[in-house]
Design a protein around this ligand. Structure first.
Ligand code: SAH
Length: 239
């Protein structure tokens, strides 16, 4: 996981701090910071953290949000309520994607159970993040909001992992080769009408593959080649 920090501003129930620590650890996050908690350390926090007491014990306390995030390159404020004036608004999934992309110290900042974040705290952040919810009851429990954020971050990292296998990824040139091959096969077989929009459609289809590998392109091209040679009555030896 990238170095992502969770900051809880003025949490009033210590149990929520413990539950947030547990939510973080289960998703692989460890950096928890507390801004002016009402009561901490506290027994209830330990009870709710269960096996995540290590995250709880390494949590650090700050008097202000600015101090808790001063070394971060970006901060994401979480709010259950839409605000008339705010930094750029993102849903939680896009925010997680942005944070993982940044791949440097970033913070997700949560408000207190009773009043949420102040305007000043929100504007200390560069993004305002919302978790889509029932418009008539949009406020999640603090630790559950932390869980949703941590889960989305986890999903981003796990799903983005295949991108790490950079050397195997298909290049634009590989894909163009595939498109040309498809066009040739579709035309010669009579499947594609002259003015057809098939070209655009298969480009759109393949653009939805998140990490196309060169070998996968080669499988498809090999199949096209075999089908076309069979159709032409030739049986070319396998390459
Ligand atoms: N009563 C507060 C909300 C408290 S919930 C209010 O009206 O603002 C505690 C914190 O959890 C919020 O400050 C926010 O950081 C986070 N949170 C809860 N529900 C959320 C949602 N739907 N979207 C984004 N953040 C949420």
């Amino acid at each position: 996981m990238p170095p992502i920090r969770i900051v809880l501003c003025r949490p009033s129930h210590p149990g929520n701090i413990g539950a947030a620590a547990r939510a973080m650890k289960a998703m692989g996050l460890t950096d928890l910071r507390l801004v002016a908690p009402e009561r901490f350390p506290a027994k209830e926090a330990q009870w709710m953290a269960t096996n995540a007491v290590d995250v709880l014990e390494s949590a650090t306390v700050y008097p202000t949000l600015n101090e808790a995030v001063k070394d971060c390159v970006a901060a994401f404020a979480l709010s259950a309520r839409p605000r008339e004036w705010s930094p750029q608004v993102l849903d939680v999934r896009s925010a997680a994607g942005r944070a993982v992309e940044i791949n440097d110290k970033v913070a997700f900042v949560f408000g207190s159970e009773s009043a949420g974040l102040t305007n000043e705290e929100m504007f200390a952040c560069q993004y305002l993040v919302h978790i889509p919810a029932n418009p008539e009851f949009s406020s999640l429990n603090l630790a559950q909001a932390v869980q949703v954020v941590a889960y989305e971050l986890r999903m981003c990292v796990d799903v983005a992992m295949p991108f790490a296998r950079v050397e195997k990824r298909a290049t634009v040139e590989d894909l163009e080769g595939l498109y040309a091959h498809l066009e040739d096969a579709a035309t010669r077989s009579g499947f594609m009408e002259p003015k057809s929009r098939l070209r655009e459609r298969w480009r759109r289809l393949f653009s939805r593959v998140p990490a196309f590998e060169r070998e996968e392109v080669n499988i498809l091209r090999g199949l096209l080649k075999a089908l076309m040679s069979r159709r032409n009555g030739r049986h070319e030896p396998k390459e």
